[in-house]
Design a protein around this ligand. Structure first.
Ligand code: 13P
Length: 256
């Protein structure tokens, strides 16, 4: 049985003060509850220490949105995986479509970053998904296969178990347009079959595949209730404690 993961990707929002308040509000709402899954927040780098300070003892895990493809050296403006680990980070999001689209990151960058995240004993959340034109052209599965092929077969042994996938159809990100539960299930089942093909049935059975793209309290239960949807990667709705916890409640309703 896979534990759900509800992960908040705060993107370029929440400085240290606002981030601390938001994490404290989420923690307050969840403290004392027995959760059947995992809850994660991924603040901007500079906000990580403030969130770590209030999230201690709460059932809220700490993540980052990106990392360098190197551990040290002359790479101005970058943050190394080892530094994130030292700051208390447990998960790192890699390959978000905004990194592909605005920062020109490539499959080779993602593969290198995932290796370094794993070398630090952290878990990577690898994002993938098609853009609207690709879906309209009937190429969604082909695109997803290529994106996963670039990263998955390289994973060795136990590292395969330290990867979470996040299917994020780009047309659903920040648009208010959500994949239907049927569309999500279809792509998640397809993804899981690819994982089985590339890494074996046991890894596929254990791998958590999150859905991302306009996930909200009102649609979380139905999306996460699909057999191959193991949680959500939440953008906009992770910026309000009430909405974010509403999505956790949706995930709990599926399990409970
Ligand atoms: P929204 O939930 O704002 O659509 O963003 C999804 C996302 O990109 C999470 O990584």
């Amino acid at each position: 049985m896979r534990r759900y993961l509800v992960a908040g990707n705060w993107k370029l929002n929440m400085g240290p003060q606002a981030g601390r308040d938001l994490a404290a509000a989420v923690g307050e709402r969840l403290r004392g509850r027995t959760l059947h899954g995992d809850v994660l927040v991924c603040p901007p780098f500079v906000t990580i220490p403030a969130v770590a300070a209030v999230a201690q003892g709460d059932p809220v895990l700490l993540g980052a949105q990106n990392c360098a493809a190197h551990e040290q050296g002359a790479y101005t403006g970058e943050v190394a995986p080892g530094m994130l680990k030292e700051a208390g980070v447990q998960y790192v999001i890699i390959g978000h479509s905004e990194r592909r689209q605005y920062y020109g990151e490539t499959d080779a960058d993602f593969a290198a970053k995932i290796d370094l995240v794993h070398a630090q004993g952290m878990k990577a959340i690898f994002c993938y998904g098609e853009v609207l034109e690709e879906r309209k052209a009937g190429r969604a599965e082909e695109v997803v296969r290529a994106q996963l092929q670039a990263v998955l077969p390289r994973l060795e042994g136990p590292n395969a178990y330290n990867l979470v996938l996040a299917y994020e159809p780009v047309w659903a990100i920040g648009t208010g347009e959500t994949a239907t539960p049927e569309q999500a299930q279809q792509m998640h089942a397809f993804s899981r079959a690819l994982v089985a093909e590339m890494l074996g049935a046991d890894v596929a059975e254990n791998m958590r595949i999150l859905y991302g793209g306009s996930c909200k309290p009102g649609n979380a239960r139905e999306l996460i209730g699909q057999p191959d949807v193991d949680g959500g990667l939440i953008g906009g709705a992770s910026l309000k404690a009430e909405d974010f916890v509403g999505i956790v409640d949706g995930a709990e309703a599926v399990v409970g």
